[in-house]
Design a binder for this molecule. Structure first.
Ligand code: TXA
Ligand code: MG
Length: 359
């Protein structure tokens, strides 16, 4: 299969003739059961018709993803939620008012219209109304219901640029809409509204505190930051090793100077053993590091920059064929919780904690 690639600008609400044409064509492909990768404000999605079981099967096949891992259904108007859920609870209306369109996904009981192929056999469905204008237009042209997991091969970091989608999906899908680098860089917050109190299954840009202000008490799935072998995560997708670079990644936590000293020492030891080494730092610390590949995530004081670059940096470590990677750690509060959740998964929870020096 030859994958058609078309460019779409991201910060416009009104598209030019060529873009409209590309979006219409992409919508037609999805309506006929094909697959189109497209930008959203979080990460690139791999879209197919959510109400067509064959399309969902194709998505799993293209991603190499286990078919018990449910897909998120993307809509472009709030009213359309009625078709795919059995009932819209009041919290869902409040959450939609506050955060849609945007980087948030709600889990609700599904209606009969949604095939089990799309929900991985579950009676619940994940729904999101994205903010990205091209994504919304595509959903409209596709018939209104687009199932879209992140557009990476299963197990690889989610793509934040079209070239990363092409790396994983070229020849496996019908079309790729290239909208440049995405804005947020980490997948949407997932909140399960089928339980009381509602529970966050995956942290993202919309934080627990933000949800508290809108619907009151909210729980967070305990497996988000802690490896706990007795307990399976509630979002089936969170149980798979995920977001992972090919090299072994270790996170180092502690006072900045001691972290830098530790990382340099162990990177040098790994290099002495003949390993190709990489270090992931921030603009504040970067100059101190010595390794084969040193990459900057952004500014520690600007979490949004860290989130935007994380997956790209993990992929660049693969491109550079790095075998041992050391990364700094981040504060796991607010949006930082989403950053640490993804970084911990990428590292398979390998964390070194450096104790404070005794006075
Ligand atoms: O930002 C995003 O959400 C991106 C963009 C493309 O919209 N999509 C995305 O999809 O991250 P995906 O498939 O990579 O992740 C979906 C997650 C998985 O962990 C899956 O298990 C969970 O959502 N999920 C989907 N339906 C669910 C359900 N009914 N109950 C619990 N978890 C569900
Ligand atoms: Mg994914």
């Amino acid at each position: 299969m030859k994958t058609i690639i078309e460019k779409i600008r991201q910060d416009v609400e009104v598209f030019n003739g060529q873009e409209e044409e590309a979006l219409r064509r992409a919508g037609g492909i999805i309506r006929r059961g094909g697959l189109v990768a497209f930008p959203t404000e979080t990460v690139y999605g791999l879209g197919g018709d959510a109400l067509n079981r064959e399309s969902s099967r194709r998505i799993y096949e293209a991603k190499g993803r286990p078919s018990d891992n449910p897909l998120i259904v993307h809509i472009c108007r709030f009213e359309d939620i009625e078709t795919i859920v059995d009932r819209v609870p009041e919290e869902a209306v409040r959450i939609a008012d506050a955060f849609w369109p945007g980087p948030l996904t709600m889990i609700l009981h599904k209606s009969e219209r949604v095939p089990y192929e799309t929900t991985g056999g579950l009676d619940t469905v994940a729904v999101r109304l994205p903010a990205h204008p091209a994504a919304r237009r595509l959903i409209e042209y596709s018939g209104g219901y687009v199932a879209a997991p992140s557009a990476n091969l299963s197990g690889r970091p989610s793509p934040t640029e079209a070239r990363y989608v092409a790396e994983d999906m070229d020849g496996r899908i019908d079309m790729l809409l290239d909208g440049g680098q995405v804005g947020i860089g980490l997948e949407s917050t997932i909140v399960d509204l089928t339980v009381k109190p509602p529970q966050i299954l995956r942290p993202g840009y919309v934080t627990e505190e933000m949800l508290n202000r809108v619907i009151g008490e909210v729980d967070t799935d305990v497996t988000i930051l802690h490896k706990d072998s007795d307990q399976a995560p509630k979002a089936p997708g969170m149980k798979y090793r995920h977001y992972a670079p090919k090299g072994e990644l270790v996170i180092v936590e502690g006072e900045p100077d001691r972290v830098a000293a530790y990382i340099n020492r162990f990177a040098a030891e790994a290099a002495a053993q003949g390993k190709r080494t990489g270090i992931i730092g921030t603009s504040e610390s970067l100059a101190q590091y010595r390794a084969d590949v040193v990459k900057c995530l952004g500014e520690r004081s600007d979490e949004e920059s860290i989130a935007r670059n994380l997956y790209s940096v993990l992929r660049q470590m693969d491109e550079e064929q790095v075998e041992r990677i050391y990364s700094e750690s981040f504060a796991a509060q607010g949006f930082g919780q989403a950053i640490m959740n993804r970084l911990l998964k990428a590292a398979g929870h390998k964390v070194v904690k450096i104790e404070r020096e005794n006075p």
